[in-house]
Design a protein around this ligand. Structure first.
Ligand code: ZN
Length: 91
């Protein structure tokens, strides 16, 4: 359950435990978890859930392959944007 109102305007609620926290430096990647333990627990739960969905036959391997290819494109785009930002800071 997501808490109602943040105690401070810079606070956001952790996706996993609902604790309020202030994300790190502005401009950094979106931060959804208050600490790495919550991120690990979320990823573990998500992976286990996805495994059960796959094992139940609700999603096929072709769908997973397409998602993997899509993720690579997004990753490549993000990497290109980060490199462009570094280039701009150096010049
Ligand atoms: Zn948390």
């Amino acid at each position: 359950m997501t808490p109602r109102n943040p105690p401070h305007s810079t606070h956001v609620a952790c996706l996993w435990c609902d604790a309020w926290f202030t994300p790190s430096a502005p401009g950094s990647r979106e931060k959804r978890f208050c600490n790495s333990r919550c991120q690990v627990d979320f990823n573990t739960a998500l992976r286990n859930w996805a495994r059960r969905v796959f094992d139940a036959g609700l999603v096929g391997v072709d769908t997973l392959k397409m998602e993997n290819a899509r993720s690579r494109v997004v990753h490549d785009e993000e990497t290109a944007l980060e490199e462009t930002g570094r280039d701009l800071q150096l010049s």
